[in-house]
Design a protein. Structure first.
Lengths: 164, 164
């Protein structure tokens, strides 16, 4: 087994929240499912999102210069699949569920666990991916969060009954 | 509520795996608990770790130039607390559980869900934090992964009975 394959298998064992990353602006409206999102600093409020540069939407995110991280809940498994499905056009994807806007104009998922509406402040290219450093402009959260986690190549619901 | 406080509250709703990040080398042996870890690219296998630059161990990680990400299992809640406890010295922390070494010399947790032994390839400073870009040199995984997730300011076990 190559180190690359070993890496992908081992990374499947690092649980992560599932988000839909969206943008809108001069380059158009796009969205994709992502699990590589993390908090960087709260001075100023900044998060990062990793995105494959081979993704058709990559340049559109860069051109718009904005994105919203919509953190999915345990009710959003179907939506996660919709935004991961390369055969669906942008309009078809956003036909699912309800969307609003906050500050940047990027689509904000009404039923998300949390939404971080951002300006893309910097972009760092590493191998096949870009790391977008995003300054948070506006935030929306849900009152009763129940999260969706991708772990061991399956979805897991958290915040329900069974906890550690 | 300031945007900074709002950001911290909303980030609590982005579930994340819990890891202990370790190093060893000329600057000494150190470890801390982290949740801001994510996969970047598999070409070459690369992950990133965010670390507060005010942490006493920050410069030691940079000087050693190596780190190991030890992904914790649902049995590691106590260990997570040990490596997050600023009043414990390094020797006291590593007195818990069993540790080995792989390629870099950084401590590798025998009972971890997955271990990524890395060279720190690059460091990007953003606000109060550093983002370490780490090239993976060696990997160890567990056969029956049960993960530990930090969500809504509590631990959650995943990979057990109840799943979405």
């Amino acid at each position: 087994m190559t180190l690359q394959t070993e890496f992908r298998n081992a990374m499947a064992q690092l649980g992560s929240a599932v988000s839909v990353i969206t943008t809108d602006g001069p380059a158009g409206k796009f969205g994709f499912t992502a699990s590589a999102v993390c908090s960087v600093t709260d001075q100023p409020p900044t998060l990062l999102v990793c995105m494959n540069r081979n993704s058709f939407a990559h340049e559109h995110f860069k051109r718009n210069g904005t994105l919203c991280v919509n953190v999915l809940s345990s009710d959003h498994q179907v939506l996660s699949g919709v935004f991961a499905n390369a055969s669906l056009r942008s309009e078809e994807r956003f036909g699912h569920d309800n969307w609003q806007v906050l500050s940047s104009g990027a689509p904000v998922l009404s039923s998300a666990v949390a939404c971080f509406d951002c300006l893309i402040a910097d972009c760092h290219e590493v191998g096949s991916h870009s790391v977008f450093y995003c300054q948070v402009q506006a935030i929306r959260t849900s009152e009763q969060p129940r999260g969706l986690v991708w772990f061991n190549r399956r979805y897991h619901a958290i915040g329900h009954d069974v906890e550690a």
